[in-house]
Design a protein around this ligand. Structure first.
Ligand SMILES: [Zn+2]
Length: 77
């Protein structure tokens, strides 16, 4: 299967730092899953394995302090 899974809105995740898209989870065969940009494979994607939204968030953050403020206020709206 070659499907994508949308990440539920209840899960905090950063938007793609290149294009601003909300990431998706893609099945990467026997290796597991990747969290990636839906628009372009050259934008950041996590290493295949467990679904690692934390890793996605870290790599799509430019100002770490602001990120924590946003999280405390309740999401990415
Ligand atoms: Zn992107």
């Amino acid at each position: 299967m070659n499907g994508y899974v949308n990440i539920p809105n209840t899960v905090f995740c950063k938007r793609c730092r290149n294009c601003g898209a909300r990431p998706i989870i893609a099945h990467a065969g026997i290796e597991g899953y990747v969290v990636k940009c839906p628009n372009d494979d050259s934008h950041y994607q996590t290493v295949p394995g467990i679904i690692d939204i934390e890793d996605w968030n870290i790599h799509n953050t430019e100002l770490y302090e602001n990120d924590y403020d946003l999280k405390a206020m309740g999401g990415d709206r």
